[in-house]
Design a binder for this molecule. Structure first.
Ligand code: SF4
Length: 388
């Protein structure tokens, strides 16, 4: 395959959803066209730009060429073209391998079926640009059966049902939407650039066009002032959308984000971790009867096992929240510190370890004191190895 392009290798954007860890990444635009959300530091100090279609088509060809080379090199090791873990390791460690071959080999060894289009809001590109890209992907990689992307709900709401249907027919299958909150007051405070009604219109339109929709919500985003509205209205908006997945991504005040400055000016007061779990409980209660799945797959979440169907598993999900909330405050705080230090993934793992409480309770007491009664503040000031 001859590739006529000035392309200097493939581009990679900075992030993808956790559930796209095994996806091949294709950067259709750079950075975020909105870039104003107060909690988000990912694209600050960058400018949005659209990559030329010819570069994207050439990049897909380059990746397909790399895939062919990977298969041939695997065959030469007697694997019959199968990209085994051994073949991938050999290829990665071989100094003559290109960056594209390394990336594609890893992707192929993980099934080679999923592609994620980067960066923050791919659907700002019109179908006239995206459809040829999706078609080229299908042509060069026939094994791909899931192509996903991020889109802002406001962008989805601005696309017609016909435009969305064209993208769906061309092979785009799933859309990840940062809903964050359903409360207009919270959305305005964090400058999301939309209201709850845009979330509902945009996401429902995508669902009606046949897309699988994942809505991300952010416990803690209303801070102390707007926690009730945040929990109540987010549940209401999600109930109206009824997405396939509701994914939790707990608020974290990132360095360099506008929210960090708002907090320093006293305009935003963080919730404690147990108050965020209380918000999640209220959302779970408000979503009883929804047909989608609650997913806790972001490592910033405190309760990673909070997963299940919002219909059938609602009582279990409620029970998991209550179990944490009903803990003696000393045990609860010790778990928070243990989890944030990276020692345990779940409350079960912590509670079943006989030495856990005596190890972490003294540290939690010390951090609570350091934060003047706020464990969140204390951990920021005193937890040297805060990992998650
Ligand atoms: S739309 Fe997404 S990427 Fe853009 S600023 Fe908001 S959170 Fe960040």
């Amino acid at each position: 395959m001859k590739i006529a392009t000035n392309l200097d290798g493939c581009e990679l954007g900075p992030i993808r959803p956790p559930s796209e860890a095994t996806s091949l990444l294709l950067r259709v635009s750079r950075n975020c066209p909105w870039n104003k959300c107060a909690f988000c530091a990912v694209y600050k100090r960058t400018r949005f730009s659209k990559r030329p279609t010819e570069d994207l088509l050439a990049e897909i060809d380059l990746l397909a060429q790399a895939a062919q080379s990977v298969r041939e090199r695997a065959s030469s090791k007697g694997t019959d073209g199968e990209v085994t873990t051994r073949a991938v390791l050999d290829l990665i460690n071989d100094p003559v391998s290109t960056e594209e071959e390394r990336r594609v080999a890893l992707w192929m060894s993980r099934g080679g079926q999923n592609v994620f289009l980067q960066d923050a809001d791919s659907l700002v590109r019109p179908p006239g640009v995206l459809v040829p890209i999706l078609e080229r992907l299908k042509e060069r990689f026939p094994t791909v059966n899931r192509v996903t992307t991020y889109a802002r709900s406001r962008t989805l709401a601005a696309r017609s049902p016909e435009q969305l249907a064209m993208l769906r027919a061309a092979g785009l299958t799933r859309i990840h939407v940062g809903v964050e909150s359903g409360s207009d007051a919270v959305l305005e405070m964090i400058k999301k650039g939309c209201r709850g009604e845009h979330h509902i219109i945009g996401c429902k339109r995508a669902i009606d066009a046949g897309f699988e929709v994942c809505c991300y919500v952010m416990p803690g985003l209303g801070g102390k002032a707007l926690t009730s509205e945040h929990a109540r209205d987010t549940a209401a908006v999600l109930r109206a959308i009824d997405p396939h997945h509701v994914r939790l991504r707990t608020l974290w005040v990132d360095k360099g984000s506008p929210l960090e400055e708002m907090r320093a000016r006293g305009e935003f007061e963080m919730l404690e971790e147990h108050e965020m779990v209380q918000e999640i409980l209220e959302m779970v209660l408000g979503l009883k009867g929804a047909s989608g799945r609650l997913v806790s797959d972001h490592d910033r979440n405190l309760l990673m096992d909070l997963e299940g169907h919002l219909s059938n598993d609602s009582e279990r999900l409620e029970g998991l929240c209550r179990r944490f909330l009903d803990l003696d405050p000393e045990v609860r705080d010790a778990y928070i510190v243990a989890r944030r230090s990276g020692y345990y993934l779940t409350l079960d793992a912590f509670l079943s370890d006989p030495g856990a409480l005596s190890t972490f309770a003294p540290a939690a007491r010390e951090l609570l004191e350091m934060g003047g009664g706020s464990l969140v503040l204390g951990m920021e000031r005193g937890l040297r190895f805060r990992r998650i």
